[in-house]
Design a protein around this ligand. Structure first.
Ligand code: HEC
Ligand code: HEC
Ligand code: HEC
Ligand code: HEC
Length: 176
C-alpha cells in the first residue's frame, strides 16, 4: 500500500515537472549576451545603436533630480529606483520571477533588447538565431507598435504623446 502511494506521488511529481517545463518560460539573459553577436558595424551594430538611446539610460534616469520631482508630483513615495510604480516601465523583466533572471542580467541596463524582443535564453544560440522560424518558436518577438505602447502611454507621468512613425526611427537598428 505504502509502496503504491509512493509510486503515485513520484508519478504526480513527474507530471508537474513536465507541465512547468512545457509552459516554456524563457530566461532573460541580459543585453551583454546579445551584444556578443550584435555589435558588428557590417551588420548594423544594434548594440551601439541601443546604447545611444534613452532606453539604455532608463534606470539611471530614475536616480536623477528630475525623477524625484516626477515622483513627488505623481504622489509616489520612496526612491524611484526602487518602487514598482516607476520600475515597471524603466527596466526589463519587471515583476518576473527571480528564477527567470540569468546571472548576466542587470536591471541597471534599463529598457534592454529583451524588453522588445522577448527573453532570449532559448533563441540566443547561433543555430537558432540564423533561422527566423526557429527563433520565433523559441521566444523571439519581432515587435510592433503594440509593444511600445505598453510603456508609452498616459500612465507615464512624463507622457509626451506617442507617434510610432516619429518615435521608431529614433531607435531603429536595421541591418544595412
Ligand atoms: C550567438 C550569437 C547571437 C546571440 C548571442 C544573439 N544573436 Fe540575435 N542573431 C544572430 C544572428 C547570426 C542573426 C541572423 C542575422 C544576422 O546575421 O545578423 C540574428 C538575428 C537576430 C534578430 C533578427 C531576426 C530576424 O529574423 O530578422 C533579432 C531581433 C535578434 N537577433 C535579437 C537578439 C537578441 C535580443 C539577443 C539577446 C537576447 C540576441 N539576438 C542574441 C546571432 C546572435
Ligand atoms: C507607463 C510607463 C511609465 C511609468 C509607470 C513611469 N514612466 Fe517615466 N517614462 C516613461 C516613458 C515612455 C518616458 C519617455 C517620455 C515620453 O517620450 O513620453 C519616460 C520618461 C521619464 C523621465 C524623463 C523626463 C522626460 O521628460 O522625458 C523621467 C525623469 C521619468 N520618466 C521618471 C519616472 C518616475 C519617477 C516614475 C515613477 C513615479 C515613472 N517615470 C514612471 C514611461 C513610464
Ligand atoms: C518597458 C517600457 C518601454 C517600451 C516597451 C518601449 N519604451 Fe521607449 N522609452 C521608455 C522609457 C522609460 C523612456 C525614457 C527613458 C529616459 O528618458 O530615461 C523611453 C524613451 C523612448 C524614446 C526617446 C524619447 C525622448 O523623449 O527622448 C523613444 C524615441 C522611444 N522610447 C521609442 C520607443 C519605441 C519605438 C518603442 C517600441 C518599438 C518603445 N520605445 C518601447 C520605455 C519603453
Ligand atoms: C524599444 C524596443 C526595442 C529594443 C530595446 C531593441 N529592439 Fe531590436 N527591433 C525592434 C523593432 C521594432 C525592430 C523591427 C522589427 C521588424 O522589422 O519587424 C527590431 C529589429 C531588430 C533586428 C533586425 C534588424 C533587421 O534589419 O533585420 C535585430 C537584429 C535587432 N532588432 C536586435 C536588437 C538587439 C541586439 C537589441 C539590444 C541591443 C535590440 N534589438 C533592442 C525593437 C527593439
Amino acid at each position: 500500500m505504502a509502496k503504491k502511494s509512493l509510486i503515485l506521488t513520484i508519478g504526480l511529481l513527474f507530471i508537474f515537472c513536465g507541465l512547468s517545463v512545457a509552459e516554456g518560460e524563457h530566461k532573460y539573459i541580459g543585453v551583454k549576451k546579445c551584444s556578443m553577436c550584435h555589435q558588428s558595424d557590417a551588420k548594423g551594430n544594434q548594440y551601439k545603436q541601443w546604447l545611444s538611446t534613452a532606453h539604455a539610460k532608463a534606470y539611471e534616469r530614475l536616480g536623477s533630480p528630475e525623477a524625484k520631482e516626477t515622483a513627488e508630483k505623481a504622489g509616489v513615495s520612496g526612491n524611484p529606483q526602487e518602487v514598482g510604480q516607476c520600475l515597471k516601465c524603466h527596466i526589463t523583466a519587471y515583476g518576473a520571477d527571480g528564477s527567470l533572471l540569468d546571472s548576466g542580467f542587470k536591471k541597471e541596463d534599463g529598457v534592454q533588447c529583451e524588453t522588445c524582443h522577448g527573453a532570449g535564453s532559448d533563441y540566443m544560440a547561433m543555430s537558432v538565431m540564423q533561422d527566423r522560424d526557429k527563433a520565433i518558436a523559441a521566444g523571439l518577438i519581432m515587435p510592433t507598435e503594440e509593444v511600445c505602447v505598453k510603456c508609452h502611454n498616459e500612465e507615464s507621468p512624463n507622457f509626451k504623446g506617442f507617434n510610432f512613425d516619429e518615435y521608431y526611427p529614433k531607435i531603429a537598428h536595421p541591418r544595412p
